[in-house]
Design a protein around this ligand. Structure first.
Ligand code: ADP
Ligand code: MG
Length: 287
């Protein structure tokens, strides 16, 4: 590969909306045969909205959850803060905020220790009414999170997302380019399958923690696949760095952008298709 042709490819990438970390990255896309796609914020818009709040004290739950989530950039957090804000204004202040990627947040609000996230983060078994609300929400394809305070699970908030208009077409074009699409998500199996079916993806790996996203990439590589990954979140950063070619959504978090080899400026999956086509065309010119 001549440096000049690769430089030209890099410049053409910028015009298409693909920022390429270095000319050598284009060469790596040649052998890629598998493309792993994060769900939230990558296939979907990542702009979630609250569908329902179940529990004995739903108003307190939303107030505490919004305060605790104010410090998080996660789409679930934004949905909860927005729902509270549009009804009541700014959330109250929270202190001692901590966030665990792929799990949820904890913070102190009005003297209560508040937890919002996966059931395991809240701890203990869910009371049966909340367990039912949780399962019902997931069965509809929503993302369900538990709100707990003072060491007890008290509410379930269901949030839903919308699939980006361009995602289905992008998936079908990726297939045409010979790339096998796989969805890899921290979200629940049911929400994942609903979105996967709507964009034409058959292989789904759901419910994984950020470190398990890395394991999933390594397993694919161990089975001989050359893996590109597209992601946007803090929870995707390690997996993007592990994959043979990391594509980050320009609309995503800074950590994910730093971890990728390519940045898709507009956050549109069709730009991933353009990136693969461009690298192949560039490499053909060189040979
Ligand atoms: P994805 O892989 O789809 O981008 P994540 O790994 O970011 O999903 O999140 C997985 C799950 O962890 C979410 O579906 C949610 O249950 C929980 N979670 C992560 N961050 C938060 C948060 N800030 N608030 C509540 N729940 C969260
Ligand atoms: Mg994501």
């Amino acid at each position: 590969a001549t440096p000049t042709a690769l430089m030209v490819g890099t410049g053409r990438g910028a015009q298409l909306g693909v920022l390429i970390k270095g000319p050598e990255v284009l060469e790596r896309t040649r052998r890629v045969n598998t493309i792993v796609l994060d769900k939230t914020g990558t296939i979907t818009s990542g702009v979630m909205s609250v569908q329902s709040v179940a529990g004995d004290a739903p108003d307190d739950a939303l107030r505490f959850a919004a305060a605790a989530e104010s410090g998080s950039e996660h789409p679930v957090a934004r949905a909860i803060v927005d729902a509270y804000r549009s009804a009541h204004g700014e959330p109250v202040a929270a202190t001692d905020f901590t966030t665990t990627a792929g799990r949820g947040v904890t913070a102190t609000v009005d003297g209560h220790r508040v937890v919002v996230g996966r059931p395991g983060l809240v701890g203990g078994a869910l009371p049966s009414a909340l367990q039912t609300a949780f399962e019902d929400a997931e069965a509809t394809g929503a993302t369900a999170v538990v709100v707990g305070w003072d060491d007890e699970a008290r509410a379930v908030i269901a949030v839903s997302d919308t699939v980006k208009e361009t995602s289905a077409q992008a998936v079908s074009e990726l297939r045409e380019l010979g790339l096998d699409p796989i969805m890899l998500t921290g979200d629940n199996e049911s929400a994942a399958r609903t979105v996967a079916a709507s964009v034409g993806i058959d292989t789904v790996i759901a419910g994984v923690l950020p470190e398990q996203k890395v394991d999933a990439i390594r397993e694919l590589q161990a089975s001989g696949k050359v893996v590109a990954m597209v992601g946007d979140g803090v929870n995707d950063a390690a997996a993007l760095a592990t994959s043979d070619l990391g594509l980050s959504m320009g609309t995503g978090t800074d950590v994910a952008i730093e971890a990728g080899d390519l940045t898709l400026v507009r956050g549109d999956l069709r730009v991933a298709v353009d990136a693969v086509r461009l690298s192949r065309a560039t490499l053909r010119t060189i040979k």
